[in-house]
Design a binder for this molecule. Structure first.
Ligand code: COA
Length: 105
């Protein structure tokens, strides 16, 4: 787990787990701290950590409508590798798709 801190407060976090050489992660930045490079710093730290720990790939899942996150991941060299269709049940009864994105290290 990586956290970003500002004035003693956690303003972002990224959890990453390297199972079989593929390091999978999820991340978020506090709404009032976005657009200032916090997500980029967390993501770079995660990629460096994965490389240092022998992972051959970094991967994640993201909602297809999450343009901010998809743009961030593309900027860091991630590519779309697939789409899980009607995969995640939501509280309102809908089933949402998710994109799989990955970057080979
Ligand atoms: C996605 C998220 C982590 C980005 O964090 P951030 O700190 O705002 O990102 P940065 O400031 O480092 O931005 C880096 C790049 O991401 C892209 N980006 C970030 N916010 C964007 C937005 N609102 N629209 C389009 N692109 C965006 C840009 O390419 C940006 O680079 P630029 O500043 O040179 O244009 C943040 O928006 C977030 O926490 N969202 C809610 C939770 C979430 O979606 N988590 C990911 C789940 S898969």
């Amino acid at each position: 787990m990586f956290v970003a801190e500002s004035d003693g407060h956690v303003v972002g976090e990224l959890g990453i787990e390297a199972g079989y050489g593929v390091a999978e992660f999820g991340m978020m930045v506090a709404a009032d701290c976005r657009g200032r490079g916090v997500g980029s710093a967390l993501l770079q730290a995660a990629i460096d950590w994965a490389s240092e720990h022998g992972a051959h790939k970094v991967a994640l899942q993201v909602w297809p409508h999450n343009h901010a996150a998809i743009t961030l991941y593309r900027k860091f060299g991630f590519e779309e590798e697939g789409r899980l269709r009607r995969h995640y049940p939501r509280r309102n009864g809908e089933l949402w798709d998710a994109l799989i994105m990955g970057r080979v290290l």
